[in-house]
Design a protein around this ligand. Sequence first.
Ligand code: MSP
Length: 527
Amino acid sequence: MSKIFYVTTPIYYPNGIPHVGTAYTTIAADILARWHKFRQGRSFFLTGTDEHGQKVEKAAKSRNLPIQEHVNEMVQNFKKAWEKLNIQYDDFIRTTENRHTQVAVKIFKTLLDKGEIYKGEYEGWYCVSCETFWIESQVVEKKCPNSECGRVVEWVKAEEYFFKLSNYQKKLLEYYDSHPNFVQPTVRFNEVKSLVTRGLLDICVSRKGLEWGIPVPGDPERSIYVWIDALTNYISAIGYDPEQSASSELFRNLWPADVHLVGKDILRFHAVIWPAILMALNLPLPQTLYVHGWLTMSGSKISKSRGGYRDLMELLEIYGPDPLRYFLMRETPFGQDLDFSEEGIIRRLNTDLANDLGNLAHRVLSMIHRYFNGEIPAPETLEPLDLKLKEEANNLPETIEKFLSSLQFREALMSINDLIVLGNKYVDETAPWKLKKEGKEKRLGTVLYLMADLCRMTALALSPFLPAAASNLWRQLNLEGDVHLQPFSEFSSGKLVSGRKIGEPSPLFQKIAEKKDASSKEEISNV
Ligand code: MSP
């Protein structure tokens, strides 16, 4: 059996409700998981919440709630938002769950026994925000050297547990050299390489007096500090046991992960610390770490603390899941920042979704009702124009695979949209209404069969990206089963069965008037 595709998102801090920035990573992971499930019958998508540490503790205190109660409530908010966005994860790991804490403790203990973790004293620069100690030569004017941070660092002295990261400089550089696709895009990989080349310090993996954390085995005054707790979720969730013979079958089928999706803010943790921990555990490293850009508003990263944007649930109420998913994935290349705007969502909704896709489906379905009493006609002899359309449709699976294997969501969506535009052009050129007038019934049947088949192909192509619209179109075509459970062999043109009745056409998307203030949205027409 071929390895099951395994994709992860970072685990989110439940210090607030999820926002459109956290949705961004999660949608990308969902698309990949759905696509691989479609292609290979199975895939595994893990997401979850990172519940320990000061940030969460602080958030609970500010709400005057016991921490457990606060996180339970926030986790429900995440789950509700993901459900509304049609996110189909296979597992949701919470770092406060026993299945995680037990493994994190075992990992800590294993590394301690191996001498990879030691208790020691450290004195030097520390960045509270990045939770990182820095080499003296890296710190200029007391500023954190992390280019995404730059905050003022503190001079600290502490007796804590440390992971021997400094031992891994050479091994990591060798690994990077022999795995040129390990971190993508390349510009991020270069950042990592230069960071590691400059030198690595051991990292602190415990904290004294941290109220909300997993106690260090044998030293309950201290807690395992967040990164070793958080990063290990990727293996604890799937049944890893440091005593490897005890690891679950799921772990053996999934690990190493195919893609860890991360924002650029947590690149160093995933490209340096996590690989070193895995090396220390003698585990293989993930295939690819894909680092995406930020959603910004007026140039600043969207984040809980900055605010100033509409709540995710509210956005979903207004636009629905598909227009939001589409805008986020279609607007900019995945590795780059994306300036978020509701005008942008509306523009994409009105053009690509309503004008192109909605229009195509509606005209084809309506004509089949009008000219063939709602019954899918049988195709006759194909003309060069028909063959061209079929060929383009048949190229689609390979094109999507090519783009998604390098996480080019935008390009994959553009190629689907190209086919939709071509379909509309085909209708204009073949002019079925004229064929009807001229009594060319056979040609009319061929054209509408090919168009209905193209709608079927479009529904399949869009199923990972726009799950609700794909289901809706599938239903309108009255096709058998669930569009999301079709075998990949169906994704080929000409599989539509003639003679079947189609359903009633209804608009796939409602246009919204383009206004500066999108809060007073106004539907302008049915498509
Ligand atoms: N808990 C850590 C991750 C541990 S993973 C082992 C954490 N959590 S977080 O909630 O602060 O953010 C996690 C991720 O959310 C980011 O890496 C990124 O993927 C996503 N994003 C948060 N804000 C974002 C934007 N404004 N834009 C794009 N992604 C954003 O860090």
